[in-house]
Design a protein around this ligand. Structure first.
Ligand code: ARG
Length: 453
């Protein structure tokens, strides 16, 4: 049974049918389709389209269909074109002709947009809780890191000493923005399209505000032509997912780098490492490489949907059926990655010695310039003098803390014997105590704020 057989003399070609069918993808929205249908039955009952008995029979039938889906007993038929058809076909089997009244005033165009939004309203909190779990893992690592210091990098060149805790937390912040971005998106997802009909609106007296409330929507769409074709929410969702992917890829890239023998800052637990089929010694960070790689896939899903939306004429076009697969895939991808990397980070070993030893005194050249500033030298001049000192050290092949005082004084008379105090990296860290800096206190405050204390 198709929902549109009347005007055709022959059946749809089988391969065209297969191309047209969206059931393999949209069956994930079965429960949302039933919720939407129940609410719609209520609305057309209120409008006088359904008699009390018909309404009761539809509601009971839909409840049975829901139970069949929930228990995995629902059986699809080859004639089920999409989830909407499948639910209506089964309802007809269960209650007979009254089922034929359910679709009054409704189109699959407003129905599918409603189902999809309902599905997303359920997926967003799931994604947020997976993000929060990863944030918690990162905060736990930051708390464990205590006063461990490591080199901070710019351009991937050693730059200044920082607290490892500060580095962990630098990955919590983008995820916090992701959580908030998703909250913001909810406002635009939670707008009910049902009651838009195929495109022009509904000719019965439907209280769409009450309908929205019954389905948990915060608002009602204001233009039926827009409502059936608006997929901004799907594009935004995929943008959020892509940006999460990009944030995770940045973290993942550094775990890959820092677990290499060249850095040796971290070692992954065996449970989160993979081996090589050829080289017995290998311990590979596949989990993080996949995280990095899947960020590319997520970005592709976003650009794919945007490309499908570009240039579409007003209202529903079948191109829009391409909207769900990328959203589902993006969700599955993130829900697969997030818990794994959270656990991989919870079980990672920190090589604090290696981190500490990677800090050399040239990374305190900025502090050397600041030292001169404290002695009254203008910063521009101080920067140049410190640069000359670094160069002199390089030429003599001696590190800054081992350079004799005369060598310093040859560059500036402002240098005194206390200059060697500059080369304590912890002092450098502790000086950066303003909000957002890497000092112990500042990082403690950051943790408090993240935890909402
Ligand atoms: N399976 C369709 C989709 O996902 C449902 C809407 C069909 N509408 C139509 N006019 N053929 O977009």
């Amino acid at each position: 049974m198709t929902l549109w057989g009347g005007r055709f003399s022959t059946k749809l070609n089988q391969q065209a049918w297969d191309l047209n069918s969206s059931l393999p993808v949209d069956q994930r929205m079965a429960l949302q389709d039933i919720d939407g249908s129940l609410a719609w039955a209520g609305a057309i009952h209120q409008a006088g389209v359904l008699a009390d008995k018909e309404h009761a029979s539809i509601a009971l039938g839909l409840d049975t269909v829901r139970k069949e889906f929930a228990s995995g007993q629902f059986i699809f038929q080859p004639s089920d074109e999409d989830i909407h058809t499948a639910v209506e076909r089964r309802l007809t089997e269960l209650i007979g002709d009254a089922a034929g009244k359910l679709h009054t005033g409704r189109s699959r165009n407003d129905q599918v947009a409603t189902d999809f939004r309902l599905w997303m309203l359920g997926a967003i909190p799931e994604l947020q809780s997976a993000l929060k779990n990863l944030q918690n893992a990162l905060v736990e690592r930051a708390e464990l890191a205590d006063a461990t210091i490591m080199p901070g990098y710019t351009h991937l060149q050693r730059a200044q000493p920082i607290l490892l805790a500060h580095w962990w937390l630098s990955h919590v912040q983008p995820l916090q923005r992701d959580v908030e971005r998703l909250n913001d998106l909810v406002k635009r997802v939670s707008v009910l399209p049902l009651g838009s009909g195929a495109l022009a609106g509904v000719p019965f007296e439907i209280d769409r505000v009450a309908l929205a409330e019954s389905l948990g929507f915060a608002d009602v769409s204001q233009n039926s032509l827009d409502a059936v074709s608006d997929r901004d929410f799907a594009a935004e969702y995929l943008f959020c997912a892509s940006l999460i992917g990009i944030h995770l890829s940045k973290l993942a890239e550094q775990i890959v780098l820092f677990t290499s023998a060249e850095f040796g800052f971290f070692e992954l637990a065996d449970a989160f490492s993979t081996g090589s089929s050829l080289m017995p010694q290998k311990k590979n960070p596949d989990v993080f490489e996949l995280t990095r790689g899947k960020a590319g896939t997520l970005l592709g899903l976003l650009t794919g949907l945007l490309a499908a939306l570009k240039g579409l004429p007003s209202t529903y076009d079948k191109d829009l059926q391409e909207d769900k697969a990328p959203v589902f895939q993006a969700t599955d991808t993130l829900l697969a990655i997030l818990p794994v990397i959270a656990e991989a980070l919870r079980t990672i070993t920190v090589k604090a010695e290696r981190m500490r030893n990677a800090i050399d005194s040239s990374m305190l050249a900025t502090d050397l310039a600041d030292y001169l500033v404290n002695k009254g030298v203008p910063f521009r001049k101080a920067h140049e003098v410190a640069g000359r000192v670094v160069r002199a050290g390089g030429e003599r092949n001696v590190s800054l803390e081992k350079m004799p005082l005369e060598a310093y004084q040859a560059e500036s008379p402002a240098f005194e014997a206390d200059v060697y105090q500059v080369f304590d990296p912890m002092k450098s860290v502790e000086k950066r105590n303003a909000i957002g800096g890497t000092s112990l206190q500042s990082v403690k405050n950051q943790i408090k704020k993240i935890k909402g204390e």
